[in-house]
Design a protein around this ligand. Sequence first.
Ligand SMILES: NC(=O)C1=CN([C@@H]2O[C@H](COP(=O)(O)OP(=O)(O)OC[C@H]3O[C@@H](n4cnc5c(N)ncnc54)[C@H](OP(=O)(O)O)[C@@H]3O)[C@@H](O)[C@H]2O)C=CC1
Ligand SMILES: O=C(O)C1=N[C@H](C(=O)O)C[C@H](O)C1
Length: 255
Amino acid sequence: MVKAIMHGCNGHMGQVITGLIKDDPEIEIVAGIDPVDCRDNGYPVFPNLHACTVDADVIIDFTSAKAADGLINYCVEKKLPVVLCSTGLSEEQLASVEAASKQVAVLKSANMSLGINMLMKLLQDAAKILVPAGFDIEIVEKHHNRKLDAPSGTALALADAINDGVLNSEYAYKYDRSQDHHKREKKEIGISAVRGGTIVGDHDVIFAGTDEVITFSHTAYSRAIFGKGAIQAAKFLAGKPAGYYHMSDVIDAQA
Ligand SMILES: NC(=O)C1=CN([C@@H]2O[C@H](COP(=O)(O)OP(=O)(O)OC[C@H]3O[C@@H](n4cnc5c(N)ncnc54)[C@H](OP(=O)(O)O)[C@@H]3O)[C@@H](O)[C@H]2O)C=CC1
Ligand SMILES: O=C(O)C1=N[C@H](C(=O)O)C[C@H](O)C1
């Protein structure tokens, strides 16, 4: 039985994972971490990681970028594998995650769903043919009005999958055209964010060519898709040696 600490246990994702793990015989949450202990989760809740007195095999994190520094330091100190799902991390924080992975197992993914991770591969195949044929790439993401970061981690990861995977990282990301007085640059990927209501997470990747457009769309209808992926990742990561792991490693291990 894998023992997990749920970092951000009383948030939207923390509660989804708490519900999913209740019915899973292979993994249990032995402790939750959240500033406010306001729910009856069936496990002890501590206000921060250093207050936690329970041993575990892995941490699942869904908090925010603000919590990332403390989390990374704790995981390195305790040699505790971490599934890092929070988004909006700075370049400096991303470098710390990379450095931490030399000492402890880290799996960071902006999107734990099977669909988005599959889409990354499809986009690379599409870009190989469509970009040389002159197609422009634009990404539009939509999320709920509570979201702190923009653009979404997923939109950036989709852009990276294309740019770093196929375009030799030569394309710049364009987040705002409101001050432009010139036409679109060829070597750019536009990334636009929409925020409203309770939208769980929509991502459209648009390949726009002359007289034709191909749009790849992913719609999350429930947070369970992220929760299931995070639980699979936690089971995969528990007991693993130091290293930087990806959702594709989890998916490949199950194929
Ligand atoms: N990788 C993926 O597949 C997905 C990633 N996400 C990302 O996960 C993160 C959380 O999303 P969501 O659950 O919707 O957000 P919520 O705001 O609903 O939940 C976050 C929870 O973390 C708590 N928290 C904040 N700081 C700390 C801390 N230092 N230690 C412990 N707990 C803390 C918050 O408490 P309080 O409210 O009191 O501040 C809150 O209960 C976001 O960054 C989001 O983008 C979301 C879905 C999927
Ligand atoms: O904040 C969210 O809700 C989500 N965040 C992730 C992101 O920033 O990409 C993943 C998912 O789209 C939901």
